[in-house]
Design a protein around this ligand. Structure first.
Ligand code: DC
Length: 230
């Protein structure tokens, strides 16, 4: 029997560029599953906070993952579009997006031991079937053979506004929170880390979504998918 054809779509880009909205809407349009890999790094950051684990101690973070592996279940009906848990406890969106988690997640994600574990888990998910995966290193490292790769960007003011709306919707306090500084600092850390830094894959389609609504970006991605299927 022939293997069913798997459709893998990689969406990378800087913080708050609209990746999760676009990735989820693309997956819904194509009838396939969606995973925001940032949530996995955020879940580990949250576990580090709760257990008092040093956020730059890669070996200790890897031990935490070994004791309570992060489990992801792709589920279109869930609040996030998938379910994410560890040690039998499910994480919700407001915990993952909390200011405390956001402040440390890039340091956690820069640890080589953490990246090795996360990339392995993400590749296993991709190996199971069609998926739209959003992150920073999906087209370059996690799914380098994905037939459709998107690098999604937007201007800083656009990204600040999108993050503000997302936080308000999730009930996270944005008062006095320096969104522009936080986004720029996280981008700097994500772009300059030694292991799989944020960068566009050589074969990625770069889309600047400033001033374009998500549906138009989804149209463009679906056109790339249709082109690839010809
Ligand atoms: O997309 P996000 O803001 O939820 O991601 C949180 C952090 O996780 C981000 O600052 C960098 C890291 N990340 C990563 O290093 N690799 C990914 N594939 C996804 C996220």
């Amino acid at each position: 029997m022939n293997e069913p054809t798997r459709l893998h779509i990689a969406i990378d880009g800087p913080a708050a560029a609209g990746k999760t909205t676009v990735a989820r809407a693309t997956a819904q349009r194509l009838g396939i599953l969606y995973l925001d890999t940032g949530a996995m790094y955020r879940a580990l950051a949250s576990m580090a906070l709760r257990t008092g684990t040093e956020v730059d101690n890669g070996a200790a973070l890897a031990r935490l993952l070994a004791i309570a592996p992060i489990e992801v279940r792709l589920d279109d009906g869930a609040q996030l579009g998938f379910r994410i848990s560890a040690g039998g406890r499910e994480f919700d969106e407001s915990e993952l997006l909390s200011n405390e988690v956001t402040a440390i997640v890039s340091v956690v994600a820069a640890q080589p031991e953490v990246r090795a574990a996360m990339v392995g888990a993400q590749r296993r998910i991709a190996g199971k079937g069609s998926v739209v995966m959003a992150g920073r290193d999906i087209g370059t490292v996690v799914m380098p053979d994905a037939p459709v790769k998107i690098y999604l960007t937007a201007s800083l003011p656009t990204r600040v506004e999108r993050r503000r709306v997302q936080l308000q919707r999730s009930g996270v306090d944005v008062d006095g929170h320096r969104l522009a500084e936080e986004i720029e600092e996280r981008d700097r850390l994500d772009r300059t880390r030694a292991v799989s830094p944020l960068t566009a894959a050589a074969d990625a389609h770069v889309i600047d979504s400033s001033g374009i609504d998500a549906e138009k970006v989804v149209d463009a991605i679906c056109a790339f998918v249709a082109e690839g299927a010809k």
